[in-house]
Design a protein around this ligand. Structure first.
Ligand code: NDP
Length: 285
């Protein structure tokens, strides 16, 4: 028997379209940096093929995979168990396979929280959350579990915002309310943290969610989920008004760090992953 090992640990991502998903560059940079003999394979999986892809990963003894759009909810029916956060959020972006058992977790909100905690602790804070889609849902639940005092969720479709507010009120110790997004949102004086969780700004450095910029105040933290470009117009305007800007790269990196911990039980260097993304997207500045 040879003492050489030609079998790498396998991980990856299932989504469609996926050609512009940079996660592979970020995770494989960490694998290389830590000399971990693992691969991360970016797979274009259509909705109709999701079940086969999940069974394939299990058959090929992958240790886990990410699920991105449009599979974050649909993947649940193919899994054996869910983490508490994934149960509350109702969506999965990270699946771990151990002893043939598939467990779904949601690391989007946890990744955001880890990034936010680098600039402020949300405990006891008043938060204004723009958007009520999948990212907002995960972020709201984790902020609630982290002890935020109040979360105001602003969305064009106010029913969706109310659903998330109820989720936060029913499953965490935080209070939450919904507001219809009609015209430019005013950020009231008592708000500590403003978060853009809409896709506005993705791939467009000049696009900005409709908020009254003059209502931003010095000392507030303004966070964006947009990783590309990292320095969104919202963040540039916020910094010009004395706010602390927080870009979406940190969320992307930290959710990836948590996924690798779940798959391999190893904590990889977030700075290495962030550098890999900055090489692709440019510096957040
Ligand atoms: P969804 O499609 O689930 O939700 C989008 C939300 O944004 C909805 O509430 C929608 O409102 C709102 N919205 C969309 N366009 C506008 C607009 N022009 N003005 C106001 N509101 C708008 O998307 P996700 O929640 O999954 O993703 C949102 C963003 O988060 C994406 O850009 C994604 O790239 C980013 N993301 C970043 C991550 C990271 O690691 N940095 C991780 C996950 C997501 P309505 O309901 O009224 O239509």
């Amino acid at each position: 028997m040879s003492d050489k090992n030609f079998l790498s640990i396998l991980t990856g991502s299932f989504s469609t379209p996926c050609a512009d998903n940079p996660t592979v560059a970020m995770i494989e940079a960490a694998y290389r940096h830590h000399a971990i003999d693992a691969r991360y394979i970016n797979c274009d999986v259509t909705s109709g093929n999701l079940g086969d892809a999940v069974r394939g990963a299990k058959a090929m003894e992958w240790v886990g995979f990410n699920c991105s759009l449009p599979h974050k909810v649909a993947v649940i029916e193919h899994l054996d168990a869910l983490s508490d956060a994934a149960k509350i959020i109702g969506a999965v972006n990270c699946v771990t396979i151990r002893d043939g058992r598939l467990t779904g977790d949601n690391t989007d909100g946890k990744g955001f929280l880890a990034s936010l905690k680098e600039v402020t602790d949300p405990r006891g804070k008043a938060i204004l959350l723009l958007g009520a889609g999948g990212a907002a849902r995960a972020i709201a639940v984790e902020l609630g579990l982290a002890g935020a005092a109040h979360i105001t969720i602003v969305n064009r479709n106010v029913a969706q915002a109310e659903t998330i507010a109820a989720l936060v009120r029913d499953n965490t110790g935080s209070d939450a309310s919904a507001v219809a997004w009609d015209g430019a949102v005013t950020v009231s004086d008592g708000i500590d943290i403003v978060i853009n969780a809409t896709p506005v700004g993705l791939g467009d450095g000049e696009a900005m969610p409709a908020i009254a910029l003059d209502s931003l105040k010095k000392g507030q933290v303004v966070a964006d989920v947009i990783p590309n470009p990292p320095r969104t117009r919202l963040l540039r305007e916020a910094r010009a008004r004395g706010c602390t800007p927080l870009d979406g790269l940190g969320m992307l990196v930290n959710q990836g760090v948590i996924c690798v911990e779940l798959w391999l039980g190893k904590t990889v260097d977030a700075a290495v992953m962030k550098r890999a993304l900055q090489d692709i997207f440019g510096d957040a500045g």
